[in-house]
Design a binder for this molecule. Structure first.
Ligand code: ATP
Ligand code: MG
Length: 179
């Protein structure tokens, strides 16, 4: 499965609509400090359903909407879309899957799969067990690396077990032993 494109408008520092095409292979995004590199991964995480704004380096939901600059007014809405080439990983009958999330400054949010309105729960279900979800190991943020390096051995083990997909079996074992 491939993330083909990201489109964002009004998300954090992206006051103008941006469109980033990801080719096959590795894409590196480079730029000076504060130029918005991490905002791109925040945008991806947000569309995948991240609900904890602290994980997006904000303190309240509307922090992800462009707040304005010396020359630009603040915007009233943020919208991000991810375009996936679906090889069957996502359990829907579409070769291209577009997932969109929108947040208005009023607090109202909207979710779409292939331009059809859906619930956040549908987005979670779409990515469940694919390893792509917002809490999966597909995105490792700057602070996360420090967390891993500074973690205690038991915490580090939990990280490897999660990555290896063992956690769900451990949880199931714990549940059945309890019964
Ligand atoms: P570094 O190399 O230091 O990691 P970076 O390229 O990852 O930097 P980001 O953290 O993605 O940079 O971008 C930070 C910038 O985004 C800051 O200049 C900040 O002011 C801007 N920014 C964040 N949220 C908003 C917002 N809601 N509206 C406008 N600008 C924002
Ligand atoms: Mg950064």
């Amino acid at each position: 499965m491939q993330l083909k494109r990201l489109e964002a408008y009004g998300f954090k520092s992206f006051a103008d609509k941006i469109s980033i095409d990801f080719d096959k292979g590795i894409t590196a995004i480079v730029g000076p400090n504060g130029s918005g590199k991490s905002n791109i991964t925040d945008a991806i995480r947000w569309v995948l359903g991240e609900q904890n704004v602290r994980n997006l380096r904000g303190t309240k939901a509307e922090d992800i909407i462009f707040t304005g600059s010396a020359s630009r007014k603040a915007l009233g809405v943020a919208e991000v879309s991810l375009f996936f080439a679906n090889d069957g990983t996502l359990p829907v009958d579409f070769r291209e899957v577009v997932v969109t999330r929108r947040l208005y400054r009023s607090g109202e949010s909207e979710f779409y799969i292939n331009r059809s309105r859906c619930r956040l729960k549908d987005i979670y279900n779409l990515f469940a067990d694919t390893g792509i979800g917002h809490d999966g190991m597909s995105i490792i943020g700057q602070n996360r690396i420090d967390d891993i390096l500074n973690s205690r051995p038991e915490e580090r083990r939990a990280f490897f077990e999660e990555t290896a997909g063992i956690t769900k079996y451990r949880n199931r074992k714990r549940e059945s032993v309890r019964k």
